[in-house]
Design a protein around this ligand. Structure first.
Ligand code: DNO
Length: 358
């Protein structure tokens, strides 16, 4: 298990590489050019600049999250080839600074979706919350509320410029069924995977979050069967997964440890976090500790350990603690993610000892 931390870049929030150095066990930084909107060219100088900042502090640059996929590719418009060419250019550039895994998603319009950013938990902390009843037929209202709630912080996948054109986006996706989305994904993969094979970068798709269609838009990476279908689209070891327990864990029918046991050799990046799912299907993010939520995090770590997982891992979202929500990006504070790392490493180390390793 290769522990990493998602960092938003210098001056982008209050968390610096020097803070991250003090969290035990973190070997790599998960990074991106966060100001880039999907389809934009990534300049080599900018890539090099961030990679140098990361390596100067002794971290690896191996994981980028995300290089976002332009909607024209997801919709299957004729302009998609132009955007795929730009994507390939970015893959090639990233390979030159030691990138080994690119995390991306194929969710129409919205990346991860919540209806409230700071829902209070019984212990007085607060966290991201999803209320099923709040997903109405008025996505504009929800988008405005979430963007306003995030205040000065941008949220990954929630680019205000793109979401300003919500009606146009919904109209463009009108004919995109689940099958069509799968075939557009296949088209994209058939073009990029040969390049990944050449430059040795693994593509790791992020599952849909939550793990069901929202606002009538198809969402296709959400269960054991849809993941199997995805992997078969292009059966190459370079076509793989970001296995996010928080996203897939929103649906209690997903048996996460069983899925890890089945797919471990195509999982290159593990997002580990916990959610508490209520009887009505609403859910809230909770601490990483298994018994605090619906995801048996210890069992998840055990499934990776059993299979000798050597891929990248990061604690995913955390709660906002001790008032830090005033200064941090929703879901990406310092304290709960750092505690999450200690929980994950604690479980892992205890399993190592059971096996008699160091
Ligand atoms: C949420 C993240 C996602 C993820 C993208 C990958 O916080 O896990 O935004 O980065 O879906 O493209």
């Amino acid at each position: 298990m290769n522990m990493t931390w998602r960092w938003y870049g210098e001056g982008n929030d209050n968390i610096t590489l020097d803070h991250i150095r003090q969290i035990p066990g973190v070997m790599g930084i998960v990074w991106s050019l966060h100001d880039k909107v999907a389809g934009e060219v990534w300049e080599m100088e900018r890539i090099q600049e961030v990679a140098d900042q990361i390596t100067a502090k002794g971290f690896s640059t191996a994981v980028v999250e995300s290089v976002n996929v332009h909607d024209d590719i997801k919709i299957g418009l004729p302009t998609r080839d132009k955007y795929i060419d730009i994507y390939i250019d970015t893959i090639r550039k990233l390979a030159t600074v030691g990138v080994k895994v690119i995390c991306y998603n194929f969710m129409p319009v919205f990346d991860w979706t919540r209806t409230e950013l700071y829902k209070e938990l019984p212990d007085g902390s607060n966290a991201l919350f999803y209320e099923k009843a709040a997903i109405t037929d008025n996505p504009r209202e929800m988008v405005d509320r979430i963007l306003k709630g995030a205040g000065q912080f941008t949220m990954p996948g929630w680019e205000p410029e793109r979401l300003a054109k919500l009606d146009e986006l919904f109209a463009a996706y009108a004919d995109v069924t689940e099958d069509k989305l799968f075939s557009n994904l296949q088209y994209f993969l058939e073009r990029i995977i040969p390049v990944c094979e050449e430059v040795d970068i693994k593509m790791a798709i992020h599952p849909d979050d939550p793990a069901w269609p929202i606002f009538g838009l198809p969402r296709i990476i959400r269960s054991r069967d849809t993941i199997r279908r995805f992997l078969d689209l292009v059966d190459s070891p370079y076509n793989g997964l970001t296995f996010c327990t928080g996203s897939l864990g929103t649906n209690p029918e997903n048996d996460l440890p069983a899925m890890i046991r089945e797919f471990h050799d195509r999982i290159y990046f593990a997002h580990i976090r916990n959610v508490k799912v209520f009887d009505n299907g609403d859910f809230i993010e909770v601490s990483h500790r298994g018994r605090d939520g619906s995801v048996d995090v210890a069992e998840v770590v055990k499934a990776y350990h059993e299979n000798g997982y050597t891929g990248y891992v990061r604690p995913d979202h955390g709660r906002h603690l001790w008032g830090e929500e005033k200064n941090c990006r929703p879901g990406y504070g310092l304290y709960d993610r750092a505690m999450g790392i200690m929980y994950l490493l604690g479980v892992w180390d205890s399993l190592d000892n059971v096996k008699g390793a160091k």
